[in-house]
Design a binder for this molecule. Structure first.
Ligand SMILES: [Ca+2]
Ligand SMILES: [Ca+2]
Ligand SMILES: [Ca+2]
Length: 232
């Protein structure tokens, strides 16, 4: 095997190992909902979108259009999860095709301070990611309580998740407001991507090929390191 061919095979193996399953991020925006300004629609308790499933067990999902003067606004439709009668609500996120990574989300209150019923907003949102193979990662988010409706200040906060939020089977956003009977989670721009899974069959084939070539070369070199002659 020539040095050039060996280098090419090694580069190929590294490329396959690093590049296998490279994923493209998807942002779940809910922007395909064409709603009149300042209106909402209830969409049951489950929503399949761009290969992902969002659901609120025993709860309800709504899409809020932009334009409510008394609510946080980012100029686009957003998702609201609520559960009536309890002081917490779960919004679950899963992929329809396999494990996934959570990259970032935008979260906001349901109403501006002083508007609507303040009890209708989750105070804190505990985010739990279930890892493939067991275990979990967790993060507690406290909202900033800042929003003034369309324009003005930024009402939504963007929360970025680090590399520990990879290869997940499910993510649960657990919104809590003690003393409330109608807490809500208002969420948008959920950025996710398919988990990077090495393709062992391809990678192993390349590595086995390299090992085979190495063994073949050693055979030809003979036990004393001198090239052995064909037929001798
Ligand atoms: Ca949106
Ligand atoms: Ca806010
Ligand atoms: Ca605003």
């Amino acid at each position: 095997m020539s040095l050039r061919m060996g280098s090419w095979l090694v580069v190929s193996a590294v490329y396959v190992l690093l590049g296998a399953g490279a994923a493209q991020a998807v942002s779940l925006t809910f922007d395909h909902y064409a709603l009149p300004p300042a209106s909402s629609i209830q969409i049951g308790n489950g929503l399949a979108l761009d290969g992902y499933l969002l659901d609120a067990p025993a709860g309800e999902l709504f899409i809020d259009a932009a334009g409510y003067p008394d609510r946080p606004d980012n100029g686009t439709p957003t998702l609201v999860a609520r559960r009536q009668g309890l002081d917490s609500v779960d919004l679950r996120l899963a992929s329809l095709t396999g494990n996934f990574d959570l990259l970032q989300v935008d979260l906001a209150e349901l109403f501006n301070p002083g508007a609507g019923n303040p009890l209708f907003t989750a105070l804190s949102i505990d985010v739990t990611g279930l890892l493939d193979g067991g275990g979990s990662v967790q993060r507690q988010i406290t909202l900033d309580g800042i929003s003034d409706g369309p324009g003005g200040v930024a009402d939504f906060e963007t929360f970025v998740f680090d590399a520990s939020w990879t290869n997940l089977t499910q993510v649960v956003f657990h919104g809590v407001r003690p003393g409330s009977t109608l807490p809500h989670i208002k969420i948008d721009n959920i950025e996710v991507q398919a988990a990077v899974v090495p393709e062992p069959s391809t990678a192993m084939l390349v590595l086995l090929g390299l090992m085979g070539l190495g063994a073949s070369r050693r055979d030809r070199m003979g036990v004393d390191g001198a090239p052995s002659r064909i037929g001798s």
